[in-house]
Design a protein. Structure first.
Length: 187
């Protein structure tokens, strides 16, 4: 037993170094390889002035007309349609399914408007040349309706692609529908 303990202590004494290799006196004069590695000199770089570009969404405003395909309550219909996009906040009361008030100098706006004495909550998000418009209607104790629209403008803003999905869980007539279409600027 004593021999085993002495053997373990001897092994530990041989494996544990009391000083690191750099501090060892026998290793001080040892030649170490040099790697000619230099960091590039840091020069002061001037950062460009970050200018805040004023957002102006009025370029999207106008009247658009086109052909849409509507799928709703088990029917598929193709018809003509028009829509108006406006950035004048005084026109919120004109809001409807074909009249959109957008933020003039921001990327997000939320407001309420009335449809047949029912309050509609609308949010508008602008991202590049794309608008996301969401309407939510609460039918009070008989369900609700939500509509999600995506309006994608062409690079020259002369046309837009319109995508809409609608979910209605009214107790009297639940339905889901889609509208797709292409609109060209008329005004």
């Amino acid at each position: 037993m004593t021999k085993t303990i002495l053997l373990i202590v001897a092994i530990l004494a041989l494996t544990v170094s009391t000083a690191s290799g750099k501090e060892s006196s026998s290793l001080k004069n040892l030649k170490r390889p040099e790697f000619n590695l230099r960091l590039p000199e840091t020069t002061q770089k001037t950062t460009p002035d970050k200018k805040v570009i004023a957002l102006n969404n009025s370029r999207f405003c106008g009247v658009f007309a086109g052909e849409v395909t509507v799928h709703y309550t088990n029917k598929m219909v193709t018809t003509t349609a028009s829509l108006t996009i406006n950035s004048d906040m005084q026109n919120i009361n004109k809001s409807h399914y074909d009249y959109y008030v957008i933020p003039s100098d921001e990327t997000f706006m939320e407001y309420e408007w009335n449809l047949d004495k029912t309050k509609v909550r609308r949010s508008v998000t602008v991202s590049g040349n794309t608008f996301y418009i969401t309407d939510i209607i609460d039918y009070e104790k008989s369900g609700g309706n939500s509509q999600i629209r995506t309006l994608i403008f062409s690079p020259d803003l002369s046309a837009l692609t319109f995508l809409k999905t609608e979910f209605d869980d009214s107790k009297s007539m639940p339905a889901t529908g889609q509208i797709i279409g292409r609109f060209n600027r008329t005004k």
